[in-house]
Design a binder for this molecule. Structure first.
Ligand SMILES: Nc1ncnc2c1ncn2[C@@H]1O[C@H](COP(=O)(O)OP(=O)(O)OP(=O)(O)O)[C@@H](O)[C@H]1O
Length: 244
């Protein structure tokens, strides 16, 4: 197993936001955490990436307990992060933003740059543009491209579909699938449960800081309770055979 979150509890002051969550991510998988606003998806991801301390439990990555490791060390260890709200550097060009993503690496990064521009041709067209002047979708692409510059073993994605038009969401999800096909394991936090479940291999459903369900993503797509709560009730067709 590449990433294992074991019974983590996380507090904001006295409020327990995460009440004993365990998540497993195997090499090569796309795993998604879905759930309503405030369920604790972002907090779980931030705890994995080192942006929130845990009260108890542990995070094991690549065989090592990283629960107390600072965030930047986790990036160096291979946990790539594209945070919610993008987190790009608005006053820097697209190209420089991508280079910043490789800050922890020494040596030649031209192969990663080529890959980022190949995955996101839009970024290649805009390489000299200031990142802050780009559209939301382009900034999301840049955040993912920048995370890939560090050659992560696992890519942590926090709501990549947030605020994007449906066509752009589709594009971003296709690129995430391609990134996974090229060998990167993905842990995806999403409110867009339908799209996330179609993309992922396995999924966990969060409610008020706990996991209430975990299963193959295709099984959850067909689960009446999940459909009623997260997929807008009856969406007509059940999932096609094999989501990939
Ligand atoms: N900085 C904070 N201070 C206090 N409470 C917080 C803070 N951030 C999150 N919380 C609380 O922790 C709980 C989990 O929030 P979290 O953002 O992880 O949920 P989420 O599932 O990612 O929701 P969203 O989709 O809205 O981001 C919520 O009850 C939220 O109000």
């Amino acid at each position: 197993m590449l990433l294992e979150v074991k019974d983590i509890h996380v507090h904001y002051g006295k409020i327990e936001a995460i009440k004993g969550i365990s998540v497993e991510v195997n090499e090569g998988e796309i795993v998604t955490l879905i759930g309503a606003n405030g369920a604790g998806k972002t907090t779980t991801l931030k705890t994995i990436s080192g942006l929130r301390p845990l009260t108890s439990g542990s995070v094991i990555f690549d065989g090592k307990d990283i629960s107390k490791m600072p965030g930047h060390k986790r990036v160096e260890a291979g946990l790539g992060q594209a945070p919610e709200g993008r987190g790009i550097f608005p006053g820097m060009t697209v190209h420089d933003n991508l280079l910043m993503g490789a800050y922890a690496r020494s040596g030649d990064v031209s192969a990663e740059l080529t890959q980022a521009y190949e995955l996101f041709p839009r970024l290649a067209e805009r390489r000299t543009q200031f990142a802050g002047t780009m559209s939301g979708g382009e900034q999301q692409m840049l955040a993912i491209g920048r995370a890939l510059m560090a050659k992560p073993k696992v890519l942590l994605l926090d709501e990549p579909s947030m605020g994007l038009a449906p066509l752009l969401v589709k594009q971003i999800f296709e690129i995430i699938e391609e990134i996974n096909r090229r060998g990167t394991t993905v842990l995806l936090v999403e409110q867009n449960a339908q799209q996330a479940l179609q993309l992922a291999h396995r999924a966990y459903v969060l409610e008020t800081g706990s996991i209430v369900k975990s299963a193959d993503a295709s099984a959850l797509l067909d689960d009446p309770a999940v459909r009623a709560a997260y997929l807008g009730g009856d969406l007509g067709e059940p999932s096609p055979n094999g989501q990939h």
